[in-house]
Each structure stands twice: as C-alpha cells, then as structure tokens.
Design a protein around this ligand. Sequence first.
Ligand code: FES
Ligand code: MG
Length: 582
Amino acid sequence: MKEAAVPARKTPAELRSARWFAPDDLRSFGHRSRMMQLGYSEADFMGRPIIGILNTWSELNSCHAHFRERAGDVKRGVLAAGGFPVELPSLSVDESFTKPTSMLYRNLLAIETEEQIRSHPLDGVVLMGGCDKTTPGLVMGALTAGVPMIYLPAGPMLRGNYAGQKLGSGSDAWKYWDERRAGNITDEEWQGLQGGIARSPGVCMTMGTASTMTAITDAMGLTLPGASSVPAVDSGHQRMAADCGRRIVDMVWEDLTPDRIVTPASVRNAAIVAMATGCSTNAVVHLIAMARRAGVDLTLDDLDALGRTTPLIANVRPSGKDYLMEDFFYAGGLRALMKQIGDRLDLSALTVTGRTMGENLEGAQVFNDDVIRPLSNPVYHEGSLAVLRGNLCPDGAVIKPAACDPKYHVHEGPALVFDSYPEMKAAVDDENLEVTPDTVMVLRNAGPLGGPGFPEWGMLPIPKALIRQGHRDMLRISDARMSGTSYGACVLHVAPESHVGGPLALLRTGDIVRLDLPARRLDMLVSEDEIAARRAAWVAPPPRYDRGWGWMFSRHVTQADKGCDFDFLERGFGSAAGEPEI
Ligand code: FES
Ligand code: MG
C-alpha cells in the first residue's frame, strides 16, 4: 500500500504523552517528578513513545504463566527501538477458574483496557492476552481507546501426552470423561490423563476459543504476521514478543491507529479465516462484538453466508481429526493457511506491519498438506459454523456442522426440557431416565442474563442411560455457549434467550422439535395458537443479580446475536461529542 510505504512521522511534541510531560506548568512538573520517583531520568521518557504493555498475567491463569518473563522481551524490543515501556497489570479473566463463567467478565476487561489507555500517558500499547476472553476483551477496549496497538498472543501450549497418546485440551477431557462414566477408565489412567493434558504454559492447543480468537486477531492484521500460531514455549515466541516491542514504537511515529486496520475488509478476512480454521462457536459472539467496536456491522447472516462458501481446511481438533496447534505451526501456521485461501481474502487490507496482508503472506508455504489441506481436499466442504432461524430462535442460533454426527443434520424428536443446570445434571446421571437416541435435550435459562453470564454449558452431557448403550452424540439445544474445544450436535446461543422470554421459554417436554440444517431451520412443531397461549401465561423469572457487577452486566448486556457487549460501550452510543479530552 503506497499510503503505508511512506508514512508521515509524528514529532516528539505531537506525542500523546507530551501532554503529560512537556508543558512548563505545575501539573507536568508533578508528572515528571513522579517519574523521577520511579527512578527514571528525563532522558529515559521525554520525547520518546511511551508504550503500555497491558499484561493479563496472573497466578491463577495457567495459560499466561509465561507472561511475566515475556513482558521483559517486549520491553527489550521497545527500548531497542527508542521507546519507553511501562507494564500495567490487566484483569486476567482466566478460563479455568473464573465462576460462574469468564464471559461475565469479558466486558469488564474491555472497560478496564479502554480506561487504562485513556487515562494514562500512553502513546501505544502491546496487548498481552490469549486465554479465551482476554483476546476480545483487550481488543474491544483498545479499539475504542484508539491509540496504536499490537496484539501479542500467548501462543498454544504443547500437545498433551499420556502413555504415548496425543491429548487435546478440552476435547479429550470430554471424550475420556464419557469413557470413565461408561466404566472404561481406571483411577490410575485418569490420574495420568490429568497430568498429561496440560503440560506447558500457553493456551488450549485444540482449535478452541483461544486459538480461534488469536487467529482472528492475526487475520484482522492486529498481530505480527503468523504470531498466533507460535507455541508459547518456542524461542520464536520470545523473538515475536521483542518484535512487537520494536514495531509498536514505529507504529506510534507512523500514527498507525487501529481504525485504519480494522475495517469491513479486515473483519471479513477474519471471518473467512475463522470459517476455514474450524473455529469455536464463541468466535461468533466475540467477532461481532469486536467488529461493532470498530463500527463494522457484522451480522449472523453475514457469517452464515461466509460459512456456506468457505471450506474448512485446518485439520485441527475438534473439527478436524488428528492434529493440534503445535502440528499446525509446524505445517506453516496461519500465514500458510491464509496463503491457501488468499484469493478469497482482501489482500489490500492494512496490518500492524504497515504493509498489506498480501505483502505479509509473501513466501508463506504449507509444509504438511494433511494438516493444512488444499481447497481440493478440505476437512469439510463448508465452513465451521451455520446459523439457524425458526420459531425457536427468531434472532438466530449457531451450530458446528462438522463437529456433529451427520445423522443429526436433519432430525425430528421429542424435547426433554430442563430449566436449570443442576436439574439437567441430576437427570443425565439417572440410569432410568426415559430417553432415546431421538430425544432432543434442551437446557434453558443459560444465556447472557439467565446463566448468568452466558456460561459454556451447551455441550449437555449425554445421559448415562444412552452412554451405556454405546451412544456418544444426540441433538442438544440451549441458549448457552459451549467451549471451543467441545463437539457434538449442539445448537447454541438461541436468541432471544429464554430468560427474557425467547420462544425457548415456551417449549415443553414432549413437544416435537425439528432441525433442518441444510435449510438452516430450527422449529418446535407446535401450533401458533398454542404458542400464543403459552406466551400469555409466561411469567418472567426474577433478575439474577440485584447489586454489583452482575447487576450492571444484567442491565446493559446485549443478546448473543449482537455480541453481548454493553449497550453503552458500543460505538454510536451517546452524543457525537464523545468524551472530554484530558
Ligand atoms: Fe486458557 Fe483454554 S483455558 S485457553
Ligand atoms: Mg474455552
């Protein structure tokens, strides 16, 4: 891109941080004296780009365990390029321990990120994240704040290993748990699996939500090219971190702000890449939310259209068969995958390198065409996700066709409806539960407001009664999300959710439910009169929170099809005047 090739350079006086440090007044005297209190001389920070390193490290985030030392690599790069690095702790939103669900806190990280940047003398930022919600949370906030930014993805952990078997995060936990429930796994084997399934720092190494979201961010042009594929413990990850530090300094001088990078073209590129990688269903919610922060109105229907025409070519679990993210990296990583589908992408999209996506992909190569498949031999002929509509989900629902048994693609069966997770859990463990392989299991009150916080409960466990008969899949429907590492015939994100009176609230056990995936329909075969009568009798459940963050979340969160951002954080909320300058 010509525009990027000859960037106009900012002068030191034009730096945002100069507002804090340059004037000869009492306030700036205070700022400079406090920097000196920190042990810095004026020569360290005056007239240099001040780079915030927003680090989501915490001792309860196993996926970001390497981030304390990795921040040091970023600093090394910033200093080498003549900038001044400052590391700021950010809310870690770990996926494993956060209850009731990390999704309750994605928007808290987004708010924190936006306000950390806005309120501090930062000229540019490096965002350190990776574990599921940290990527959209950091990016959403930084997009709104608007200063130059680079995303530094945590990188996948090494392949799991037990007794010579490769283990995939999440996917194999679910799989072996079903076998344990079927009585096929000993205590000793279970211990071995526990110790082998997560054996290094880094994010889940299946194509779960973490690797999907970092791939999306990479495809959007917000990371260094291919950064999302580098394993967390590879030395290349340290070099990539230092390169982020070096590059962000130049981005500040070039005033390369994220609004020039995140455009309708780059969002579309990201959506296509998501479909081709076998992305997590969670990508739908986060990608819509990120796009809307950039003023790009991405809809479920846009995603469905891209899903129909984009083949899935990353043979990585859970949608693919054999491989994990480490294999994907050795096969050439995301650059190789993007090169493979290059003619479907807008290669003129600008990226953090200051070059176009097309320039970044030059020389990229596939080294293993079973891992990154050619378009002539895809893992699945369509993309990862399909969007359903019908009288059960007028505002949409999503399903992962490649991850479910094809016999459920067109299916009719009686509903078995649960109003809460504990009720459902007790039933699935009941060996005498009346259920057949045709039964459609339904969990409601599990959406953004009902969950609360939109938990990952959507891969409802198969009832023991069916497991013992050898069944491992069945049609399941909920207004919940599911983990990106999950699989099965699970319809998710039913909108509007039942807690706010969506039609799922009106379904009863025994009603016939029909899924027609090729036609993208999900309906209850119940007459309109009967539905109207049930609606008239429906009583809204009480709110889940009456104080604190949960209350604020409940007041402002949007539904799944809108990305679950807070209404007041979305672009376009409030007056055009925006916020006061500091
Ligand atoms: Fe952190 Fe899966 S738990 S990425
Ligand atoms: Mg997850």
